[in-house]
Design a protein around this ligand. Structure first.
Ligand SMILES: Cc1cc2nc3c(=O)[nH]c(=O)nc-3n(C[C@H](O)[C@H](O)[C@H](O)COP(=O)(O)OP(=O)(O)OC[C@H]3O[C@@H](n4cnc5c(N)ncnc54)[C@H](O)[C@@H]3O)c2cc1C
Length: 431
């Protein structure tokens, strides 16, 4: 398959989300020198969530975004609101014992609660719905669901979860592909760009100064760090770096630990009454493969079908056809349906799948590397970084205790080496 880089502009990518965003604030670009308690670099969920938590605590905050608020993975993702931390809570046992496991599990639940509270508190209209199903393509996936269900129940998960047998699943998702599912009432779906833009507007109302089209070009470390942008300068007591997979060379020690992988989505034309012949429209769905499919019906009745994760960070030559084939493999009944939007974006992958949250120095913090599972965890990490800036670093220290090792191979070889390594895991999808 021919691969190529994704074409980008400095405006929101031409997605279903950008087309349905509606009126929203356009923030100025930074043209002079400003002072703040905290400068946040990056206006995705991580940066905006951090900024909002900080202004709520009374800090003065400047946020600089290279492009537009929600321009990166945040404004392009599948909109699946999934709890947990992209790694099992048990990962934390070796260093933090059973209490570490319990704390990580609680944080995975808290992540979704923060999103819910934000939407309620700031009246953000972002198509939030609850209801989620993991679906099984192999008998071993059903075994794994049964284990997950038991583990969640043992820990006291507050929402309804249950195994869905094959026959019942077919009444919820009209496809022959799946052997069954694991339903979870506590996860759901939303319009991620509306959410991020709504949260940025809330932060701005509380006093955050937001600048778009203001790429940070250099961070000068010191007691009063400086963030130089294309045409301005921010002097702050603390800096929080939230560029994730789009950070580039600004902080090479962060980019070497967080590899961009690409993923793609198509949105069909509105399906009208036909949507009922496809699936239950209040479900968000993921399968369990390394290169997983994820899909849902949008509020206006389109099938939003995503997947084709590529660890080279590149895109297939014809993204629409690649994704259409994937969608028809699951839903052949959509063969005659028109595709209205196609887009893709970069996911930040960390080697051990633990979200990378920590410090570069006493007053420079970062959050990145959610490994494809960031809509809810970014909100938690923003809160945890804000706590650390506010001199309550205990939760940040739990994540910072992991070394977030760099990918081997140096700047030029790490991506192809990793893509090669991931081929091994993708072959497991076929077993
Ligand atoms: C196609 C796709 C589908 C996904 N689906 C899901 C899903 O359904 N559910 C889920 O939980 N997760 C999903 N994810 C992952 C999720 O979107 C991310 O984990 C999350 O949005 C990361 O947010 P972020 O703010 O850390 O990074 P981003 O949203 O990527 O934001 C980083 C921002 O930093 C800016 N920036 C970078 N460098 C600079 C600089 N030097 N100066 C100023 N600004 C800078 C960028 O312009 C960008 O706007 C998906 C990701 C993709 C790409």
């Amino acid at each position: 398959m021919l691969l190529r880089p994704l074409k980008e502009t400095r405006e929101h990518t031409a997605s279903y989300y950008a087309a349905t965003l509606g009126t929203h604030t356009v923030y100025p670009s930074l043209q002079d020198t400003v002072d703040a308690d905290v400068c946040v670099v990056g206006g995705g969920f991580s940066g905006v969530s951090t900024a909002l938590h900080l202004v709520e605590k009374g800090y003065s905050v400047v946020l600089v975004e290279a492009n537009r608020i929600g321009w990166g993975a945040t404004g392009r993702n599948g909109g699946q609101l999934i709890g947990g931390l992209s790694t099992e809570p048990e990962t934390f046992e070796a260093k933090f014992g059973r209490e570490g496991v319990a704390a990580a599990w609680r944080m995975g639940v808290e992540a979704v609660e923060i999103v819910k509270q934000r939407i309620e508190k700031y009246h953000i209209d972002c198509d939030l719905q609850f209801g989620y199903c993991d679906v099984a393509l192999k008998p071993r996936h059903m075994t794994s669901f049964a284990e997950t269900l038991k583990s969640q129940q043992d820990k006291g998960y507050p929402y309804k979860m249950r195994l869905v047998p094959r026959d019942e699943l077919r009444t919820m998702i009209h496809s022959d592909r799946y052997l069954g599912g694991l339903y979870n009432e506590g996860f759901g779906q939303l319009h991620p760009l509306k959410l991020c833009v709504g949260e940025a507007a809330a932060a701005a109302r509380l006093g955050a100064r937001i600048f778009e089209h203001s790429r940070a070009t250099r961070i000068v470390r010191g007691q009063l760090p400086e963030v130089h942008t294309e045409q301005g300068l921010v002097r702050a007591n603390s800096v929080v770096v939230c560029g994730d997979a789009y950070l580039g060379d600004l902080v090479p020690e962060l980019s070497s630990r967080n590899l961009p992988a690409s993923s793609f989505i198509i949105a069909t034309e509105p399906l009208g009454d036909r949507a009922k012949t496809v699936m239950n429209s209040s479900l968000a769905v993921c399968d369990l493969r390394w290169a997983l499919d994820y899909f849902r019906i949008s509020i206006d009745g389109r099938m939003l079908f995503g997947g084709a994760c590529n660890y080279t960070g590149l895109a297939p030559g014809d993204i629409t056809e690649t994704m259409r084939k994937k969608m028809l493999w699951v839903f052949p009944q959509l063969a005659d349906v028109k595709i209205d939007y196609t887009w893709g974006g970069q996911i930040g992958i960390s080697m051990n799948r633990i979200p990378q949250v920590g410090r570069l120095s006493d007053n420079i913090f970062y959050a990145q590397g959610y490994s494809g599972h960031g809509v809810a965890p970014t909100h938690l990490m923003g809160k945890i970084v804000a706590e650390a800036v506010d001199r309550k670093p205990e939760r940040l220290d739990m994540f910072a205790a992991y070394s977030h090792m760099p990918f081997p191979g140096g700047k030029w070889l790490r991506q192809p080496l990793y893509a090669l390594g991931m081929l091994y895991y993708r072959t497991l999808d076929f077993l």
